[in-house]
Design a protein around this ligand. Structure first.
Ligand code: BJW
Length: 237
């Protein structure tokens, strides 16, 4: 396979949704600003106080439901349409802005806000409505076993077999709007680079993963990414 027709992997983080009005995690006004991470995003927190954790994610739903994709999300759909089947998006985001932008092959490795998983039978419930400790699983019909389908600290990521295959065979790895501090996603660039991919980073600033990127594009992704995508499409066609 030549560089021209090689596969592309795009890893996205909270920064790609910042221009859609959604707070990132580690900015000063970040998503957890009024909450301790240990109280809302760990397995222990959910075991200790499931009501509180459900409430935290239920409160987030209306904003995420209403949010609209920005030019960075939209240009990735354009990239997928230009190279059908060759572009996969691995997202750490629990919002659904890639899907709203029309993207396919989106792998939500940290889960989705509009899903809950039954800890009894594994059923995935798709819903934008509130999920509580009283919610009944529509499959096994047991109440009180639904957990937000969000990957907490200490839990395994979703779709990792697929992700490993994609990282090891892509020719181009693009990271957009992620600080690179949460593992294992922070190590994806290293895996792709060691497998031979060219690596590009889009961020407002240098990240701790600086070393593994061949090229950096500093600035808001809604401006820098569409320009890059247009050039990539023109160069490969
Ligand atoms: C813009 C922009 C604009 C702004 N344009 N850019 C190895 C070493 C050390 C620790 C570990 C390790 N392996 C595993 C761990 C433990 C842990 C971990 O990583 N800890 C670190 C914090 C030290 N990882 C885990 O527990 C993971 N599970 C796991 O590894 O399982 C196996 C295992 C289990 C047990 C033991 C050992 C191994 C699970 C991680 C789950 C992460 N979940 C969260 C929370 C979800 C809940 C919620 O939504 O509330 O997912 S954490 C949070 O961070 C969220 C995000 O997806 C994730 C990444 O954040 P992201 O997207 O990078 O956002 P920010 O805010 O950090 O950065 C935004 C960036 O955008 C910034 O750089 C801005 O500059 C930029 N930006 N505007 C472009 N317009």
């Amino acid at each position: 396979m030549t560089q021209q027709d090689s596969e592309i992997v795009v890893l996205t983080g909270a920064g790609i949704s910042a221009e859609s009005g959604l707070a990132t995690f580690r900015s000063t006004d970040g998503l957890w600003n009024n909450h301790k991470v240990e109280d809302v995003a760990t397995v222990e927190a959910f075991q200790r106080n499931p009501e509180y954790v459900h409430e935290f994610y239920n409160e987030m739903k209306p904003e995420l439901l209403q949010a609209k994709p920005n030019p960075a999300h939209l240009c990735l759909t354009k990239l997928q349409q230009a190279f059908p089947g060759k572009v996969n998006i691995i997202t750490q985001n629990i919002d659904t802005l890639h899907e709203k932008a029309g993207s396919t092959n989106v792998w939500h490795i940290h889960g989705q806000i509009n899903q809950a998983v039954c800890l009894n039978c594994g059923h995935i419930l798709e819903t934008w409505s509130d999920v509580t400790t009283e919610t009944v699983c529509p499959r096994c019909e047991i109440a009180g076993m639904m957990k937000p389908n969000i990957v907490f600290f200490g839990e395994n990521l979703l779709y990792m077999d697929k992700v490993d295959r994609l990282l090891n065979r892509c020719g181009l790895f693009i990271s957009v709007g992620t600080s690179g501090v949460v593992f294992p996603a922070a190590a994806f660039v290293q895996i792709a680079k060691q497998a031979g991919a060219e690596t590009c980073e889009f961020n407002l600033e240098r990240t701790s993963n600086n070393f593994y990127f061949d090229r950096h594009f500093f600035g808001p992704a809604g401006t820098t990414l569409p320009r890059f995508v247009d050039e990539l499409i023109a160069a490969r066609k």
